[in-house]
Write a protein that binds this ligand. Structure first.
Ligand SMILES: NC(=O)c1ccc[n+]([C@@H]2O[C@H](COP(=O)([O-])OP(=O)(O)OC[C@H]3O[C@@H](n4cnc5c(N)ncnc54)[C@H](O)[C@@H]3O)[C@@H](O)[C@H]2O)c1
Length: 318
C-alpha cells in the first residue's frame, strides 16, 4: 500500500509506516496534478499539512483513496464531511503539538517581560554605541512567578499552558465557552505528581484580573478580543495570540499598545497570513514569530508517528 505525504512527514512516521509494509512517497505533487498522481500511482493514503487541499473534486476523482490524513489540527483544507460520506477515513493529530504551542507562549512571555523582542532589535544597531541607554530602557523587567495568567480557551493547548504556568508558580485563571472544569496532572522528573482542578470563570473576570492573557480558542467569525475587551483589562497587561489570526482585532491591539493599556503582545498568528500588516510587524512592543507554534522536532515526530499508527490501525489491524 502507498502513502503520499504531500506536505512532508517526519522520518519517524516514515519508519513506522515502512516497517508495517507501506511505501511512503514524499514527492511534492502540485495541487492541480494531485488527483492524477494519486490515481496513476495507486495511492491509498494522502497526508497533508496546511499547504495541500483535498476538496470534493479530488475525492470524486480518486475512488481508490482510502484515508486522508492531516498532520496537525485544523482541517479547513479538507472537505471532511464529504470525504466521510464517500466512505473515506479522515484523520488528524489534534494533541500532537499542544506542548510545543504552550512552550512558545512562554517563550513570548518570558522574552517580553524582559524586553528581549526589542533588545534583539536594538542591540545589533546600537549595542556598542548606546549600551548604557539600552540598559536603562530595559531595566524595568518583570518576573512571571506570582503573576496572574488568564487563559481564554481551556482545551488541549490552554490546559498545557496552565500546566507550565502552575509549574512556575503563576496564578491561573481560565475561561472557556464550553468547558466548566478540567483536571490537570503535573508530572515531575522524579516520579512525583500532583493533580490540579480548574474551574473556568466568566471571560470578563479573566480580563479584569489577569496580568497576562493568552488565547487558545479556535478561529471564529467574531473577534474574541477587540476594543471593548481591551478596555476591561488591567493597565499594562501583556497579551499572547498563538491561536489563530482574527481572534484579536489587530487595529484595536495597536491602539491599545500605543495608549499604554497593553504593555506588550506576543503574536504567532496574524489576521493577514502570510502577509501580516506592516503596522504589526514594525511595532516594537510586539514579540513576533511566523506561525511556528507546532514547529518543533518533537511535535513533528509525534505528528508523524500518530498518523502512522492510525493508518496502520485502519488499514492493517482492522
Ligand atoms: N500557533 C500554532 O502553530 C498552532 C498550532 C496548533 C493549534 N493552534 C491553534 O490553537 C487553538 C487551540 O487549539 P486546541 O488544540 O487547544 O483546541 P481545542 O479545541 O482543544 O480547545 C479550544 C477551546 O476553546 C474553547 N472556545 C471556543 N470558542 C471560545 C470562545 N469564544 N471563548 C472561550 N473559549 C472558547 C472551546 O470550548 C475549547 O475548549 C486553535 O485555534 C488552533 O488552531 C495554533
Amino acid at each position: 500500500m502507498k502513502v503520499l505525504a504531500n506536505d512532508g512527514v517526519s522520518q519517524s512516521g516514515i519508519n513506522a509506516l515502512e516497517k508495517a509494509g507501506f511505501k511512503v512517497i514524499t514527492t511534492k505533487v502540485a495541487q492541480e496534478q494531485l488527483a492524477n498522481y494519486i490515481n496513476e500511482n495507486d495511492v491509498d493514503v494522502v497526508l497533508v499539512r496546511s499547504a495541500t487541499t483535498v476538496r470534493k473534486e479530488v475525492i470524486d476523482a480518486c475512488p481508490g483513496l482510502r484515508i486522508i490524513g492531516r498532520g496537525g489540527v485544523g482541517m479547513d483544507n479538507i472537505d471532511v464531511e464529504y470525504a466521510r460520506s464517500k466512505g473515506l477515513h479522515v484523520i488528524n493529530t489534534p494533541a500532537a503539538s499542544s506542548q510545543s504551542v504552550a512552550e512558545l507562549v512562554f517563550a513570548h512571555l518570558y522574552g517580553s517581560v524582559r524586553f528581549l523582542h526589542d533588545s534583539n532589535r536594538n542591540m545589533p544597531l546600537d549595542g556598542d554605541k548606546k549600551f548604557k541607554a539600552l540598559k536603562k530602557n530595559y531595566a524595568k523587567g518583570l518576573e512571571l512567578r506570582g503573576k496572574t495568567l488568564g487563559i481564554i480557551g481551556f482545551g488541549r493547548i490552554g490546559q498545557e499552558v496552565a500546566r507550565i504556568a502552575v509549574g512556575i508558580g503563576m496564578n491561573v485563571l481560565t475561561s472557556d465557552k464550553f468547558v466548566d472544569e478540567a483536571s490537570i496532572t503535573l508530572n515531575f522528573f522524579d516520579g512525583q505528581s500532583n493533580d490540579f482542578k480548574f474551574k473556568t470563570i466568566p471571560m470578563d473576570e479573566v480580563l479584569a484580573k489577569s496580568d497576562f492573557i493568552t488565547l487558545h480558542v479556535p478561529a471564529q467569525k467574531e473577534y474574541v478580543i477587540g476594543k471593548p475587551e481591551f478596555d476591561k483589562m488591567k493597565n499594562g497587561v501583556g497579551i499572547i495570540n498563538a491561536a489563530r489570526g482574527g481572534v484579536i482585532n489587530e487595529v484595536a491591539l495597536i491602539d491599545a499598545l500605543e495608549s499604554g493599556k497593553v504593555a506588550f503582545a506576543g503574536l504567532d498568528t496574524f489576521e493577514q497570513e502570510p502577509t501580516p500588516a506592516i503596522k504589526v510587524l514594525m511595532n516594537n512592543r510586539i514579540s513576533l514569530t511566523p506561525h511556528i507554534g507546532a514547529a518543533t522536532n518533537e511535535a513533528q515526530d509525534r505528528i508523524g508517528t500518530e498518523l502512522a499508527s492510525q493508518i496502520i490501525n485502519l488499514l492493517i489491524n482492522d
